[in-house]
Design a protein around this ligand. Sequence first.
Ligand code: GAL
Length: 443
Amino acid sequence: MIRTFREDRVRRTAVLRFALLGALALVLVVPAAGYGGQAKKAAPQASQASCQLQVFSWWTGGGEAAGLTKLIGIWNKSNPTCKFKNETVAGGAGSNAKAVLAQRLAAHKPPDSFQGHAGAELRDYIKAGQVEPIDFIYKQYGFDKVMPKSLINQIKYNGHLYSVPVNIHRANILWYNPKVLKDAGITKAPTTWTEFIAALEKAKSADVIPLTLGEAWTQKHLLETVMIATIGPTRWAALWKKGGDWSSAGVTLALNRFKTLLTYTNSDAASLTWQEAGKLVADGKAAFNIMGDWQDGYFSGTKAGGNLALKPNVDYGWTAVPGTTGVYDWLSDSFTLPKGAPHRAAAVKWLGFLGSKKAQDTFNPVKGSIPARQDANARLYGPYLKWALKQWKNDKLAGSLTHGVVASNAWNTDIDTALGLFVQNTDVAKFQTALVADAKKRA
Ligand code: GAL
């Protein structure tokens, strides 16, 4: 079901409470039989009538919900005796969903499959023994031959695969309203820090919001892109390794730049979803927004799907976040096979389906992401995604912090705390000290 984002926000607390209760009250049903692969051997027999595929994600808003709806449509058509049960928890970037999921997993009430980010985030679940290795699914469908090596390396742990990536997202995109830029006398989208500040100043003088921002996780998203722009992808990668130098002058400069950017943002940021922050740009009330390319799904998707139906390159434009041209700040939505999945055989089939060309080429053009598979049919993708497909082939990679690639959930939570304080006190030195301490905890 597609709701408006405002409704989503209002209902968020209620949804969270409901989901937690639901997790406790969840009744496990016996796995259904009859689905392919090795699951046949493992799954006990059960009546088809008891089968349902419980999939956990945080895709409830424009673009994301529309993409999921497409997958549900195909799934239900080809699996009429094991329909999809949509167990989503609202809140961008999984800001609420991850807590609910942790509760369910701790209570041994897993869904049949859950969304997680490739990289450190998924390693948390693997190390905790909460997900099964799924090498047999890769073997059965030949996924390792069609997914890029860089991605496979990120999702392998101790030589085994535990998730199927459905897409590649890019986090470091500067979205803008071409008409607003023109009216403000900004002749081209900025590509360097100096150009960016000059453009923000012009927008300010033209009485529009220079840079829109939303709730807490979008602030971390902005921070990560400014850090990558300032210290570059190599030093960014080093920060997440043992002994990473968080006290460097480069980090100080990045934090100061972040502080500067906050002075150009809307004062109601904390109460806006990512879609609401994006819509300010779409509506001509603001010049720029820094967000992942799910914003393209929201901007260009159909009104029926809860999106804005804008024309790419006309109603909105994009470029790499200034200072990150040639760098792909990437992340990937992957799905897992939790240990004790109530309908394991269906979950195995779901993962096989998610990795298929059909699923990926149906889902991603709507979601605003490029497929994880390398054999996509580029003609199915809109102008932004055609551009992204090309960039992905040539750019240097930087893993996303906010979206689980470089840091565990625990490290992310520590950074969230430090960032929350910084947004209040804007004390760069204190912020950096906290970040250094957070990194040391991981040493
Ligand atoms: C990311 C996720 C994307 C998108 C975004 C906003 O973490 O990977 O698929 O949903 O959050 O919710």
